[in-house]
Design a protein around this ligand. Structure first.
Ligand SMILES: Cc1ncc(COP(=O)(O)O)c(C=O)c1O
Length: 426
Protein backbone atom coordinates (compact mmCIF):
# COMPACT_ATOMS: atom_id res chain seq x y z
CA UNK A 1 0.00 0.00 0.00
CA UNK A 2 1.16 3.51 -0.72
CA UNK A 3 2.32 5.63 2.21
CA UNK A 4 0.12 8.59 3.20
CA UNK A 5 1.83 11.91 2.55
CA UNK A 6 2.15 14.27 5.49
CA UNK A 7 4.17 17.23 4.22
CA UNK A 8 6.96 18.05 1.78
CA UNK A 9 9.69 20.63 1.71
CA UNK A 10 12.66 21.16 -0.62
CA UNK A 11 13.78 17.81 -2.01
CA UNK A 12 12.14 15.83 0.81
CA UNK A 13 8.66 14.33 1.19
CA UNK A 14 7.46 12.92 4.56
CA UNK A 15 4.75 10.35 5.21
CA UNK A 16 2.40 10.11 8.16
CA UNK A 17 4.64 7.52 9.82
CA UNK A 18 7.40 10.13 9.87
CA UNK A 19 9.47 8.41 7.16
CA UNK A 20 11.53 10.71 4.94
CA UNK A 21 11.83 10.25 1.15
CA UNK A 22 14.39 12.10 -0.95
CA UNK A 23 12.57 13.02 -4.15
CA UNK A 24 14.94 11.66 -6.77
CA UNK A 25 12.40 12.06 -9.57
CA UNK A 26 10.69 15.38 -8.71
CA UNK A 27 7.32 13.63 -8.29
CA UNK A 28 6.49 12.85 -11.92
CA UNK A 29 9.57 14.79 -13.10
CA UNK A 30 7.64 18.00 -12.61
CA UNK A 31 8.47 19.34 -9.12
CA UNK A 32 11.33 21.30 -10.64
CA UNK A 33 11.77 23.82 -7.78
CA UNK A 34 11.34 21.29 -5.00
CA UNK A 35 8.37 21.17 -2.66
CA UNK A 36 6.65 24.01 -0.76
CA UNK A 37 8.59 26.95 -2.17
CA UNK A 38 7.47 30.06 -0.21
CA UNK A 39 8.13 32.40 -3.17
CA UNK A 40 5.46 30.44 -5.08
CA UNK A 41 2.99 29.49 -2.36
CA UNK A 42 2.76 33.03 -0.98
CA UNK A 43 1.80 34.32 -4.45
CA UNK A 44 -0.84 31.60 -4.70
CA UNK A 45 -2.28 32.61 -1.30
CA UNK A 46 -2.47 36.25 -2.44
CA UNK A 47 -4.26 35.24 -5.64
CA UNK A 48 -6.72 32.98 -3.79
CA UNK A 49 -7.78 35.99 -1.73
CA UNK A 50 -8.08 38.17 -4.83
CA UNK A 51 -9.80 35.97 -7.49
CA UNK A 52 -9.35 32.24 -8.05
CA UNK A 53 -11.39 32.10 -11.19
CA UNK A 54 -12.42 34.18 -14.16
CA UNK A 55 -13.51 32.59 -17.42
CA UNK A 56 -11.03 32.92 -20.27
CA UNK A 57 -13.59 34.29 -22.77
CA UNK A 58 -14.85 36.88 -20.27
CA UNK A 59 -11.68 38.26 -18.66
CA UNK A 60 -7.94 38.49 -18.99
CA UNK A 61 -5.89 38.40 -15.80
CA UNK A 62 -2.71 40.19 -14.78
CA UNK A 63 -0.81 36.97 -13.89
CA UNK A 64 -1.77 35.30 -17.16
CA UNK A 65 -0.77 38.33 -19.23
CA UNK A 66 2.57 38.60 -17.42
CA UNK A 67 3.17 34.83 -17.75
CA UNK A 68 2.54 35.06 -21.48
CA UNK A 69 5.02 37.93 -21.82
CA UNK A 70 7.65 35.95 -19.93
CA UNK A 71 7.17 32.76 -21.94
CA UNK A 72 7.39 34.71 -25.20
CA UNK A 73 10.55 36.43 -23.98
CA UNK A 74 12.16 33.09 -23.08
CA UNK A 75 11.01 31.09 -26.10
CA UNK A 76 13.26 30.71 -29.13
CA UNK A 77 12.44 32.48 -32.42
CA UNK A 78 9.02 33.99 -32.97
CA UNK A 79 6.92 31.67 -30.80
CA UNK A 80 4.73 34.57 -29.70
CA UNK A 81 1.28 33.00 -29.61
CA UNK A 82 0.40 31.25 -26.37
CA UNK A 83 -2.67 29.26 -25.35
CA UNK A 84 -3.25 27.62 -21.99
CA UNK A 85 -4.85 24.44 -20.69
CA UNK A 86 -4.54 22.21 -17.63
CA UNK A 87 -2.19 19.37 -18.51
CA UNK A 88 0.50 18.26 -20.90
CA UNK A 89 -1.95 15.86 -22.55
CA UNK A 90 -4.42 18.66 -23.24
CA UNK A 91 -1.67 20.84 -24.65
CA UNK A 92 -0.66 18.03 -27.03
CA UNK A 93 -4.32 17.76 -28.07
CA UNK A 94 -4.28 21.50 -28.86
CA UNK A 95 -1.15 21.03 -30.98
CA UNK A 96 -2.74 18.13 -32.87
CA UNK A 97 -5.93 20.16 -33.43
CA UNK A 98 -3.89 23.11 -34.65
CA UNK A 99 -1.84 21.01 -37.12
CA UNK A 100 -4.99 19.40 -38.50
CA UNK A 101 -7.08 22.51 -38.86
CA UNK A 102 -4.51 24.78 -40.47
CA UNK A 103 -4.03 22.31 -43.32
CA UNK A 104 -7.78 21.71 -43.61
CA UNK A 105 -8.39 25.47 -43.83
CA UNK A 106 -5.70 25.79 -46.50
CA UNK A 107 -7.66 23.27 -48.61
CA UNK A 108 -5.14 20.50 -47.93
CA UNK A 109 -7.31 18.06 -45.99
CA UNK A 110 -5.18 15.14 -47.23
CA UNK A 111 -2.26 16.61 -45.24
CA UNK A 112 -3.42 14.97 -42.05
CA UNK A 113 -0.87 12.32 -40.96
CA UNK A 114 1.06 12.95 -37.76
CA UNK A 115 4.42 11.22 -37.54
CA UNK A 116 5.70 10.36 -34.08
CA UNK A 117 8.29 8.00 -32.68
CA UNK A 118 8.28 4.70 -30.86
CA UNK A 119 9.10 4.87 -28.00
CA UNK A 120 7.47 8.15 -27.06
CA UNK A 121 4.84 9.39 -24.66
CA UNK A 122 2.61 12.39 -25.31
CA UNK A 123 -0.21 11.96 -22.80
CA UNK A 124 -3.25 9.99 -21.69
CA UNK A 125 -6.10 11.73 -23.55
CA UNK A 126 -7.24 9.87 -26.66
CA UNK A 127 -5.46 11.96 -29.29
CA UNK A 128 -2.24 12.27 -27.30
CA UNK A 129 -2.19 8.59 -26.35
CA UNK A 130 -3.04 7.62 -29.92
CA UNK A 131 -0.02 9.62 -31.07
CA UNK A 132 2.25 8.09 -28.45
CA UNK A 133 4.70 5.34 -29.29
CA UNK A 134 3.79 3.52 -26.10
CA UNK A 135 2.26 0.11 -26.87
CA UNK A 136 1.91 -0.70 -23.17
CA UNK A 137 -0.34 2.26 -22.46
CA UNK A 138 -2.25 1.92 -25.75
CA UNK A 139 -2.95 -1.79 -25.19
CA UNK A 140 -6.64 -2.76 -25.55
CA UNK A 141 -7.65 0.84 -26.23
CA UNK A 142 -7.56 0.79 -30.04
CA UNK A 143 -11.35 1.31 -30.38
CA UNK A 144 -11.02 4.52 -28.37
CA UNK A 145 -7.97 5.86 -30.17
CA UNK A 146 -9.68 7.10 -33.27
CA UNK A 147 -6.59 8.74 -34.73
CA UNK A 148 -4.74 5.48 -35.42
CA UNK A 149 -5.45 5.90 -39.14
CA UNK A 150 -3.74 9.29 -39.18
CA UNK A 151 -0.78 8.50 -36.93
CA UNK A 152 2.36 6.89 -38.18
CA UNK A 153 5.37 5.97 -36.05
CA UNK A 154 9.04 5.75 -36.83
CA UNK A 155 11.06 3.11 -34.98
CA UNK A 156 14.78 3.12 -34.28
CA UNK A 157 16.97 0.54 -36.01
CA UNK A 158 17.58 -2.62 -34.02
CA UNK A 159 20.07 -1.93 -31.25
CA UNK A 160 19.56 1.81 -31.04
CA UNK A 161 17.23 3.65 -28.69
CA UNK A 162 16.12 6.61 -30.82
CA UNK A 163 15.38 6.93 -34.52
CA UNK A 164 18.14 8.63 -36.49
CA UNK A 165 18.07 10.96 -39.49
CA UNK A 166 17.76 8.10 -41.99
CA UNK A 167 14.89 6.45 -40.10
CA UNK A 168 12.92 9.73 -40.11
CA UNK A 169 13.71 10.41 -43.78
CA UNK A 170 12.56 6.90 -44.75
CA UNK A 171 9.34 7.25 -42.70
CA UNK A 172 8.52 10.61 -44.31
CA UNK A 173 9.16 9.13 -47.75
CA UNK A 174 6.91 6.18 -46.96
CA UNK A 175 3.99 8.38 -45.82
CA UNK A 176 4.55 10.86 -48.63
CA UNK A 177 5.49 14.37 -47.50
CA UNK A 178 2.33 15.74 -49.15
CA UNK A 179 0.26 13.80 -46.61
CA UNK A 180 2.18 14.84 -43.53
CA UNK A 181 0.63 17.46 -41.24
CA UNK A 182 3.17 17.34 -38.42
CA UNK A 183 6.10 15.62 -36.80
CA UNK A 184 5.65 15.41 -33.03
CA UNK A 185 8.86 14.72 -31.14
CA UNK A 186 10.39 14.82 -27.65
CA UNK A 187 13.75 16.63 -27.97
CA UNK A 188 14.88 14.66 -24.91
CA UNK A 189 12.99 11.47 -24.20
CA UNK A 190 10.94 11.15 -21.05
CA UNK A 191 9.68 8.05 -19.30
CA UNK A 192 9.00 6.07 -22.49
CA UNK A 193 12.59 5.79 -23.68
CA UNK A 194 14.16 6.64 -20.32
CA UNK A 195 15.72 10.03 -21.06
CA UNK A 196 17.23 9.15 -24.43
CA UNK A 197 18.02 12.42 -26.23
CA UNK A 198 17.16 13.00 -29.87
CA UNK A 199 20.42 13.66 -31.71
CA UNK A 200 20.81 17.37 -32.58
CA UNK A 201 21.41 16.48 -36.26
CA UNK A 202 18.05 14.66 -36.32
CA UNK A 203 16.24 17.72 -34.99
CA UNK A 204 18.06 19.97 -37.45
CA UNK A 205 17.19 17.70 -40.41
CA UNK A 206 13.54 17.57 -39.31
CA UNK A 207 13.52 21.37 -39.20
CA UNK A 208 14.78 21.45 -42.82
CA UNK A 209 12.25 18.85 -43.94
CA UNK A 210 9.38 20.66 -42.21
CA UNK A 211 10.24 23.85 -44.10
CA UNK A 212 10.65 22.00 -47.38
CA UNK A 213 7.40 20.02 -47.16
CA UNK A 214 5.26 22.40 -45.10
CA UNK A 215 4.50 20.22 -42.14
CA UNK A 216 4.69 21.45 -38.56
CA UNK A 217 7.55 20.51 -36.30
CA UNK A 218 5.99 20.18 -32.84
CA UNK A 219 8.36 19.82 -29.88
CA UNK A 220 6.82 18.05 -26.89
CA UNK A 221 8.67 19.86 -24.11
CA UNK A 222 6.15 18.95 -21.42
CA UNK A 223 9.01 17.40 -19.44
CA UNK A 224 12.11 18.99 -20.96
CA UNK A 225 10.80 22.57 -21.15
CA UNK A 226 11.75 25.39 -18.76
CA UNK A 227 15.12 24.27 -17.51
CA UNK A 228 15.03 20.51 -16.93
CA UNK A 229 17.77 19.82 -19.50
CA UNK A 230 20.03 22.65 -18.39
CA UNK A 231 18.68 25.04 -21.05
CA UNK A 232 15.35 26.80 -21.13
CA UNK A 233 14.13 24.45 -23.87
CA UNK A 234 15.38 21.01 -24.92
CA UNK A 235 15.37 22.01 -28.60
CA UNK A 236 17.98 24.70 -27.83
CA UNK A 237 20.60 21.95 -27.61
CA UNK A 238 20.11 21.52 -31.37
CA UNK A 239 19.81 25.26 -32.03
CA UNK A 240 16.43 24.94 -33.74
CA UNK A 241 13.10 26.69 -33.38
CA UNK A 242 10.12 24.36 -33.77
CA UNK A 243 6.81 25.66 -35.15
CA UNK A 244 5.07 24.72 -31.93
CA UNK A 245 6.37 24.02 -28.42
CA UNK A 246 4.20 22.26 -25.87
CA UNK A 247 4.90 22.97 -22.19
CA UNK A 248 3.43 21.43 -19.04
CA UNK A 249 5.33 20.12 -16.07
CA UNK A 250 7.89 22.93 -16.20
CA UNK A 251 5.31 25.73 -15.82
CA UNK A 252 3.24 24.19 -13.09
CA UNK A 253 6.19 22.63 -11.19
CA UNK A 254 3.52 20.73 -9.27
CA UNK A 255 1.83 23.81 -7.76
CA UNK A 256 -1.34 24.12 -9.90
CA UNK A 257 -2.58 22.56 -13.14
CA UNK A 258 -1.36 24.67 -16.05
CA UNK A 259 0.15 23.82 -19.44
CA UNK A 260 0.67 25.80 -22.62
CA UNK A 261 1.12 25.73 -26.35
CA UNK A 262 3.47 28.24 -27.98
CA UNK A 263 3.12 28.79 -31.71
CA UNK A 264 5.08 30.79 -34.29
CA UNK A 265 3.76 33.74 -36.28
CA UNK A 266 3.54 31.55 -39.39
CA UNK A 267 1.33 29.00 -37.62
CA UNK A 268 -0.85 31.68 -36.02
CA UNK A 269 -1.29 33.40 -39.40
CA UNK A 270 -2.26 30.08 -40.99
CA UNK A 271 -4.91 29.59 -38.30
CA UNK A 272 -6.47 32.82 -39.54
CA UNK A 273 -7.99 33.83 -36.19
CA UNK A 274 -6.62 34.24 -32.66
CA UNK A 275 -5.56 30.77 -31.52
CA UNK A 276 -7.95 30.78 -28.57
CA UNK A 277 -10.93 31.15 -30.86
CA UNK A 278 -9.90 28.37 -33.23
CA UNK A 279 -8.64 25.91 -30.66
CA UNK A 280 -11.37 26.43 -28.07
CA UNK A 281 -10.47 25.16 -24.64
CA UNK A 282 -11.32 24.02 -21.17
CA UNK A 283 -13.31 25.47 -18.29
CA UNK A 284 -10.31 25.69 -15.98
CA UNK A 285 -7.75 26.75 -18.61
CA UNK A 286 -5.41 29.49 -17.45
CA UNK A 287 -7.40 30.51 -14.36
CA UNK A 288 -5.95 33.43 -12.38
CA UNK A 289 -4.89 31.01 -9.63
CA UNK A 290 -3.04 28.62 -11.99
CA UNK A 291 -1.55 31.60 -13.78
CA UNK A 292 -0.31 33.10 -10.49
CA UNK A 293 1.38 29.79 -9.66
CA UNK A 294 2.88 29.47 -13.16
CA UNK A 295 4.06 33.07 -13.14
CA UNK A 296 5.72 32.69 -9.73
CA UNK A 297 7.43 29.50 -10.95
CA UNK A 298 8.79 31.04 -14.16
CA UNK A 299 9.89 34.22 -12.33
CA UNK A 300 11.74 32.05 -9.80
CA UNK A 301 13.40 30.06 -12.60
CA UNK A 302 14.55 33.31 -14.18
CA UNK A 303 15.59 35.16 -11.02
CA UNK A 304 17.73 32.25 -9.82
CA UNK A 305 18.94 31.21 -13.30
CA UNK A 306 17.72 27.72 -12.51
CA UNK A 307 18.48 26.28 -15.99
CA UNK A 308 22.18 27.14 -15.53
CA UNK A 309 22.14 25.55 -12.09
CA UNK A 310 20.46 22.47 -13.59
CA UNK A 311 23.26 22.20 -16.18
CA UNK A 312 25.91 22.19 -13.42
CA UNK A 313 23.98 19.92 -11.08
CA UNK A 314 23.34 17.59 -14.03
CA UNK A 315 27.08 17.18 -14.53
CA UNK A 316 27.55 16.12 -10.91
CA UNK A 317 24.55 13.80 -11.11
CA UNK A 318 25.94 12.23 -14.28
CA UNK A 319 29.31 11.66 -12.60
CA UNK A 320 27.67 10.08 -9.56
CA UNK A 321 25.53 7.80 -11.72
CA UNK A 322 28.58 6.74 -13.75
CA UNK A 323 30.24 5.86 -10.44
CA UNK A 324 27.23 3.69 -9.59
CA UNK A 325 27.36 2.01 -13.00
CA UNK A 326 30.92 0.93 -12.37
CA UNK A 327 29.88 -0.71 -9.11
CA UNK A 328 26.57 -2.33 -10.12
CA UNK A 329 26.36 -4.73 -13.06
CA UNK A 330 22.56 -4.32 -13.39
CA UNK A 331 23.12 -0.83 -14.89
CA UNK A 332 23.72 -0.94 -18.64
CA UNK A 333 24.19 2.80 -19.23
CA UNK A 334 23.69 6.30 -17.90
CA UNK A 335 21.88 8.66 -20.25
CA UNK A 336 20.04 11.93 -20.47
CA UNK A 337 20.67 15.65 -20.57
CA UNK A 338 21.01 18.03 -17.62
CA UNK A 339 18.72 16.84 -14.83
CA UNK A 340 16.65 14.60 -17.13
CA UNK A 341 18.67 11.44 -16.60
CA UNK A 342 18.04 7.69 -16.47
CA UNK A 343 19.82 4.48 -15.63
CA UNK A 344 19.39 1.87 -18.35
CA UNK A 345 18.98 -1.62 -16.86
CA UNK A 346 20.26 -4.81 -18.46
CA UNK A 347 17.52 -6.89 -20.08
CA UNK A 348 19.73 -9.99 -19.80
CA UNK A 349 18.30 -12.01 -16.86
CA UNK A 350 21.73 -13.23 -15.80
CA UNK A 351 22.66 -9.63 -14.99
CA UNK A 352 19.25 -8.34 -13.90
CA UNK A 353 16.37 -10.77 -13.42
CA UNK A 354 13.99 -8.01 -12.26
CA UNK A 355 12.24 -4.98 -13.71
CA UNK A 356 12.53 -1.24 -13.20
CA UNK A 357 9.73 -1.55 -10.63
CA UNK A 358 11.98 -3.71 -8.45
CA UNK A 359 14.60 -0.97 -8.37
CA UNK A 360 11.95 1.69 -7.67
CA UNK A 361 10.68 -0.39 -4.74
CA UNK A 362 14.20 -1.05 -3.40
CA UNK A 363 14.87 2.70 -3.59
CA UNK A 364 11.65 3.51 -1.74
CA UNK A 365 12.77 1.22 1.07
CA UNK A 366 15.97 3.26 1.23
CA UNK A 367 14.01 6.53 1.41
CA UNK A 368 14.49 7.49 -2.24
CA UNK A 369 11.83 8.16 -4.88
CA UNK A 370 12.61 7.13 -8.47
CA UNK A 371 10.45 6.90 -11.61
CA UNK A 372 10.18 3.66 -13.64
CA UNK A 373 10.61 4.09 -17.39
CA UNK A 374 10.70 2.11 -20.63
CA UNK A 375 8.06 0.58 -22.86
CA UNK A 376 9.58 -2.84 -23.51
CA UNK A 377 11.88 -5.16 -21.55
CA UNK A 378 14.71 -4.09 -23.84
CA UNK A 379 14.22 -0.53 -22.67
CA UNK A 380 13.87 -1.13 -18.92
CA UNK A 381 15.21 1.92 -17.18
CA UNK A 382 14.68 4.16 -14.18
CA UNK A 383 14.57 7.93 -14.34
CA UNK A 384 16.73 9.85 -11.93
CA UNK A 385 15.55 13.44 -12.20
CA UNK A 386 15.63 15.32 -8.90
CA UNK A 387 14.49 18.95 -8.50
CA UNK A 388 16.60 21.33 -10.58
CA UNK A 389 17.55 23.29 -7.47
CA UNK A 390 19.19 20.27 -5.75
CA UNK A 391 22.45 21.09 -3.96
CA UNK A 392 25.64 19.04 -4.25
CA UNK A 393 24.99 17.58 -0.79
CA UNK A 394 21.47 16.53 -1.79
CA UNK A 395 22.72 14.89 -4.99
CA UNK A 396 25.38 13.04 -2.99
CA UNK A 397 22.72 11.84 -0.56
CA UNK A 398 20.60 10.68 -3.50
CA UNK A 399 23.56 8.67 -4.86
CA UNK A 400 24.30 7.05 -1.50
CA UNK A 401 20.65 5.97 -1.08
CA UNK A 402 20.58 4.72 -4.69
CA UNK A 403 23.76 2.74 -4.07
CA UNK A 404 22.08 1.07 -1.09
CA UNK A 405 18.98 0.30 -3.20
CA UNK A 406 21.11 -1.24 -5.95
CA UNK A 407 22.92 -3.27 -3.32
CA UNK A 408 19.58 -4.78 -2.32
CA UNK A 409 19.19 -6.05 -5.91
CA UNK A 410 22.75 -7.25 -6.54
CA UNK A 411 24.90 -7.53 -3.45
CA UNK A 412 27.96 -5.27 -3.23
CA UNK A 413 29.43 -3.46 -0.25
CA UNK A 414 27.57 -0.11 0.00
CA UNK A 415 29.70 3.04 -0.20
CA UNK A 416 30.32 5.00 2.98
CA UNK A 417 29.89 8.35 1.24
CA UNK A 418 29.53 9.88 -2.21
CA UNK A 419 33.22 10.74 -2.65
CA UNK A 420 33.88 7.07 -3.44
CA UNK A 421 31.46 7.34 -6.37
CA UNK A 422 32.88 10.57 -7.69
CA UNK A 423 36.44 9.22 -7.75
CA UNK A 424 35.42 6.04 -9.60
CA UNK A 425 33.28 7.93 -12.15
CA UNK A 426 34.32 8.10 -15.79
C1 LIG B 1 6.82 14.22 -22.80
C2 LIG B 1 5.45 14.23 -22.18
N1 LIG B 1 4.41 14.66 -22.90
C3 LIG B 1 3.17 14.70 -22.39
C4 LIG B 1 2.91 14.29 -21.10
C5 LIG B 1 1.51 14.34 -20.54
O1 LIG B 1 1.43 15.34 -19.58
P1 LIG B 1 0.30 15.28 -18.43
O2 LIG B 1 0.59 14.11 -17.56
O3 LIG B 1 0.45 16.60 -17.72
O4 LIG B 1 -1.01 15.17 -19.11
C6 LIG B 1 3.96 13.82 -20.32
C7 LIG B 1 3.71 13.33 -18.95
O5 LIG B 1 4.45 12.59 -18.38
C8 LIG B 1 5.27 13.79 -20.86
O6 LIG B 1 6.32 13.36 -20.16
Amino acid sequence: MLPVVSHATGVYVYDQEGLEYLDGCSGAINVNLGHSVPEVTSRMHEQIDRACYAYRTQFRSQPLMRLTELLVELAPGDLRHVEYCNSGSEAIEMALRLATLIHARAYRPFKCTVLTEEPSYHGMTAGALGASGHPLRRRDLTPLLANQATVSRVRPKHGSLRAGVHDWEAAIERIGPANLSAVLIEPVGGASSGAVPTAPETLRRLRELADQHQFLLIADEVMSGLGRTGRWFGCEHAGITPDVIVLGKGISAGFAPIAALLASDKVADAAGQPLGTVLFGHTMAGTPLSAAAGLAVVEYLKAHDVPAHAAEAGERLHELLQGLRQRHRVISDVRGVGMQMALGLHSDASRFPGTSLDLVEAARREGLLLYPSGVTPALESVMVAPPLVSTDAELDELAVRLDRALTRLSPAAPVADASQLLSSGC
